[in-house]
Structure formats: C-alpha cells, structure tokens
Design a protein around this ligand. Sequence first.
Ligand code: ADP
Length: 377
Amino acid sequence: MIVTVFITNVLLPNFIETQSDFLFISRLGIYSGLILAGFMSYSVAKTSFLNMKVISAQLFSVAMVLVFFLQLFSLQTKSDLFFKVVFLFIVIYFSKMIVSSVKSEVQRKEELQLMSDKLAQANDQLRKLDNAKSEFISIASHQLRTPLTAIKGFISLMLEGSYGKMAPEQVDVLNKVYSSNERLVNLVEDLLNISRIESGRMEFQFDKWQIENICQEVIDTFVLKAKEHKLYLEYKKPNQPLPELIIDGVKVREVISNLVDNAIKYTLEGKGGVTLKVEQRGESIRVTVSDTGIGIPESELPYLFAKFSRGKDTSRLNTGGTGLGLYVGKTMIENNGGKIWAESDGQGLGSRFIIELPIVKHKEEAEERLQKFINKI
Ligand code: ADP
C-alpha cells in the first residue's frame, strides 16, 4: 500500500502534462490499488490469514513489478525502452522466485508443525497405553501372587511331614514343584517391582542399617545353594565395624541377594565360587560380589542393567531367567543414592558386581537425595 501511494502520489505526478494524462494516471492509481487489493485478498484467502510472510513477499513483488512497469511510461529513447523492458522481465522473474521460495519455506514449516502435532498426539496415546500396561501388570501380578504364596505354604507343610510321611520319590517331585513355584514367585515379584518403578509407586523406608549384617544374612541364605552347586561362598568383611548407613535395608538386601544368586547361577558347578566383600572407601561403602564363573563379554557390559537384558551364553545356563533382576536392582540402589556397575575380564574369566553406597548421617539427607533422584526421572 505504501508503495502504491508512493507511485501514485510521488512518482506519477511527474508525468502529468495534460488533462488526459491526469485522467489516465488517476485510473492507473485506482487499477493498481485494485490489483494490489485483489492480490492481497487472494494471498490472505489462500494462506488462511496465517502466512504473513507469503503475503508480504507477494505484495513486495507486485509493488516492484508495478514500479518497473510504470517506468515504461516515462521512456525517452528506444534503447531506454529496451533496457527497461529487459529489466522488467528480470524483476518479474526474481519476484516469482522470491514468492515461490517463501511459499515453499512456509509450506515446509506448516508440514513440520503438522508432524509435530501428530507426534505429540501419538506420544500422548503411547503414555496412556504404557500406564494401562503397567496397571494391568500390577493387577495381574497381585492376583497371581496370592495363589502362589498359598502353593508355597502347602508344599512346605507337606515337605515337613505335616500331612504324613512321604516316599523319597514323592519328596523329590515335591522339591521340584517347590522350586518351579519359587521361580514363578520371583517372576511375579520382578513384574510387580517393574510396574511400581514405572508408575513411580516404589516406596522407600530409610533407616539406620549396618551393612555387614545385611551381607551376613545374604551369606546365610545362600550357603546351602552354593554347597549344592559345589562352589565356595566366602565373606570378606573389615575387622572394624563400618559406619551405619541410612538406607532402605530391605531393598539393598534384595539387590545383594540377587547378585549372589546370579554369581552362583552363572558359575559352572564345582568351578570355583563366589566372594562377597564389604569395605569402606572414603565417604562410601563398597560391596563387591565376585565370582569365578562364565564372565561377561565386553560387548554385553553396557546393556546388562537394561530391562529384559540377558546375555547370549547365560540363557543356556539358566533357562529360567527373565533379565529383570539387574534392572530392578539398579533402580533400587540409585534410589538409595548409590551406584551399581559390573566388571569382567571377559568370557570364562568371572565377573564382579559392585555397589557403592554413600555414608549419609541423617535420614533427611537420604530422603532429600531420593526426592532429587525422582525429580530427575
Ligand atoms: P536373569 O539372571 O534373570 O537373566 P538379571 O537381570 O539378574 O536377570 O541378569 C541379567 C543378565 O546379566 C543375565 O541374563 C546374565 O546374562 C548377566 N549376568 C548377571 N550376573 C552375572 C554373573 N554373575 N556372571 C555372568 N553374567 C551375569
């Protein structure tokens, strides 16, 4: 519009000599205004009032073309006319290029916006589905846990002879039923833990714990299992008592138990054993579970703590594994402000699983750290 005003009010009056000139130029002004208005409405309608960039580019181009077109009326010589016509075509060509490049840029942006809207919708849908899945796992696992606990209880009573003496073959079969049931109980417990982690419902109870006692309890639990596998189970603890830790001892015990259980599972029968070591390292306590087992290839180390991650070789040795224990364990240790990682010198050369827990003096400090960790995820 500014350009039109400039043309009709500043540029063109220079050419007015007669009355017919005046009439022609004033008509020209009206027509150019009409053309501009038409162009503007066309742009606005086409771009749904959104792409001001396109509208401005189109207006700018039309104005440029108009200015150079009007220049033709001020011609003096033939060569002058020739250059002005050529120039006008050049201007038309570049104006078209500018408009089409702005249009395609706007179109690309619109497509991107559309795609990001669709992605946001899909993401929302996925989150809902994920919540529904966690809810389903949680309900299903709770329903499964009750009958499994009842089965476990009755088998224990039968094995103790509460329902009469049994033949050795019956005891043998019942022991197999018991261990299969145990596997199911562990699986259900892992699934429940996963759904608690994913829905942020895993609760932590921080109290004062003596880590040496926790480790001793784990050792006591696995003495028999290690013996059955013809493996040694060694416990190395410092001579001096370690400082108390403020942790969720039940969860930390669960993690150490899983590490010792794995160490026994993934060591071939009669080929060495497992060592559980606990020590102070500066401002933290370190628990190391090392074994002389099948080891872990370097390529598998980075994925070990991921959900459902199982080593290639290990599935042959322990067909009942789920690949959930280390994932759950990592979350539990991190929620206690600690770190957990694995080391191995390679296949067949044993493994070391290391937990480091900070020495925290006040309960509030542990709770604050947990809150920070939760906020981070
Ligand atoms: P699961 O033992 O049920 O498969 P985990 O999450 O406890 O699940 O372990 C994940 C994987 O880590 C195992 O499948 C195995 O490949 C590897 N792993 C764990 N502990 C050891 C170990 N002590 N020695 C060798 N590999 C191990």
